[in-house]
Design a protein. Structure first.
Length: 503
């Protein structure tokens, strides 16, 4: 599949990212509404039961994540036999995963000691079956840069899941509302995938060697990423009650969502864009540095910004029964930012034909994090200590991952420095301003958020542009943002001039 005439990789990144960010934030806004309501209908223990179940189910599912969709994106011109093979592998893995979850669920009692989670795990096995049946043809939405179709698919499924979850929570006040909502979301995604794409699968394993040749390292990386994201909850589930785990799981969701909902769509768009220039190493390296600059700007703003307003945000969103969540959020938010910046290297390694590097680095990060969390769980048995260990591991591993990416792409690692220091200083300015405002404003969460959020965002943007000007306006994300603002202002001015004579 070739790029449309007149298109450039950069334009596809911006346009595709806009659609995918729109999707993620549409889902996030519905999720915020859902969380705000469910936090008042259910208890931390209810969230903890489902968090335990999802830890087990997610781990078994990730063992079957062999990257069939990413393989289809990377193959230059896959014919139908590739799609049929990818679907068949996806279905077989889904069925095996479901059987494994159902059969092994009782074993979780030996570690988690929560009998209520076992039937929830067995019910969630249905999600693996529905996922295996999903139309593999929807991978074309990313291959062909039709991100608006991916937007529509995800949003429709999420809205149906939201209505089902809220309705059941209002009716039952039970953790089963959360579990059923998870399955409904996957079921709706599968149904809509066939409504929105004409591909109809046939069973075939003809291209399994080509698919798995790429997918083996993708599987190892996916397992590493999943364990890295969940190992702290595994540790807490082993020594704490479900209420403590529920609070930590919600804190993690609140802390990581703003960063991931903006950053992960950008990384997702990189796969099809990189695949178009995968044989030009210099072009790939230039695109990576370009996106890395945006990654740091996004992650610095969201991580520091959320941490600064965490107490009021949590009180307003979750309510008083979630006391203890707010102190965790600044730590977890900064840790999430470091993880997201590191994950931006995955498409680079894949494009350069080096998925082994990416998998190795993920397992290195997992090993460092596991040692720190094990120490915290044994010595302190405290969620704050575990959160601090997550942040320390991120600070230790992020430089190593970025150095490896620079070596793989063939550019000087010092090229990172101009892309990093301005966003970090701007984030410190924003945090300082929000802290001062928080101390001066009346103790009203809604009022403080209404003032602190726009003031902090303005301070971050102004500081970033000022530091960019002091640095003599180098090429990069700030230059692209400034140019977009200039063009938008010019477009608005032109429209005003056209309308002015008729006023």
């Amino acid at each position: 599949m070739s790029m449309p005439s007149g298109a450039t990789p950069g334009r596809h990144i911006l346009r595709g990212s806009a659609w995918m960010i729109g999707l993620r934030w549409s889902l996030r806004l519905t999720g915020i509404v859902s969380t705000a309501i469910l936090a008042r209908l259910l208890t931390p223990g209810d969230f903890g039961v489902v968090a335990l179940a999802m830890l087990f189910v997610g781990f078994v599912e990730i063992l079957g994540d062999t990257g069939e969709r990413l393989a289809l994106i990377r193959i230059p011109a896959p014919d139908r036999s590739y799609y049929d093979t990818a679907f068949s592998l996806q279905l077989l893995i889904g069925l095996v995963t479901a059987v494994a979850v159902f059969a092994l669920a009782p074993l979780s009692l030996h570690y988690f000691h929560e009998p209520r989670a076992v039937p929830v795990m067995r019910f969630l096995a249905l999600r693996a079956v529905l996922s295996g049946l999903e139309n593999i043809g929807t991978v074309d939405f990313r291959r062909d840069f039709r991100f608006q179709s991916a937007f529509a698919l995800g949003l429709r499924a999420k809205l149906i899941s939201l209505l089902a979850t809220l309705g059941l929570a209002l009716w039952t006040h039970s953790y089963w509302a959360l579990a059923i909502g998870i399955v409904v979301n996957q079921g709706a995604t599968t149904v809509f995938s066939y409504m929105m794409h004409p591909y109809r699968p046939r069973f075939s394993l003809a291209r399994r060697q080509e698919i798995y040749g790429f997918s083996l390292w993708t599987l190892l990386r996916s397992v590493g990423i999943y364990l890295t994201s969940q190992i702290d909850q595994f540790a807490i589930g082993g020594f704490a009650a479900t209420g403590m785990l529920g609070r930590y799981a919600v804190a993690m969701d609140v802390a990581t969502s703003p960063t991931s909902e903006i950053h992960e769509p950008v990384v997702g768009v990189l796969y099809p864009v990189f695949s178009k220039c995968q044989h030009d190493r210099s072009a790939v390296a230039a695109l990576f540095r370009r996106v890395f600059g945006w990654s740091v700007i996004i992650c610095a703003a969201t991580g520091a910004g959320l941490g600064a307003v965490a107490p009021d945000y949590c009180l307003l969103l979750l309510g008083p029964q979630w006391v203890g969540v707010a102190p965790l959020i600044p730590i977890l938010a900064v840790a999430a930012s470091l993880v997201c910046v590191g994950n931006a290297t995955d498409p680079l390694f894949d494009t350069l034909g080096m998925p082994r590097w990416s998998a190795t680095l993920q397992w290195m990060r997992l090993a460092v994090l596991a040692c720190g969390i094990a120490l915290a769980a044994i010595l302190w048995r405290d969620t704050a200590a575990i959160a601090w260990m997550r942040l320390a591991a991120g600070l230790f591993c992020a430089p190593a991952i970025l150095l490896a990416a620079a070596k793989a792409a063939g550019f000087d690692a010092r090229a990172y420095l101009p892309l990093v220091w301005r966003p970090i200083l701007s984030a410190l300015v924003m945090t300082g301003l929000v802290s001062v405002l928080h101390a001066l404003l009346p103790p009203s969460p809604l009022l403080r958020l209404a003032i602190e959020v726009p003031a902090g965002a303005s301070a971050y943007a102004a500081s970033l542009l000022l530091l960019w000007s002091i640095a003599k306006c180098p090429a990069g994300a700030e230059a692209e943002a400034f140019e977009m603002i200039r063009r938008q202002c010019g477009s608005l001015r032109a429209k005003w001039m056209v309308r002015a004579p008729s006023l």
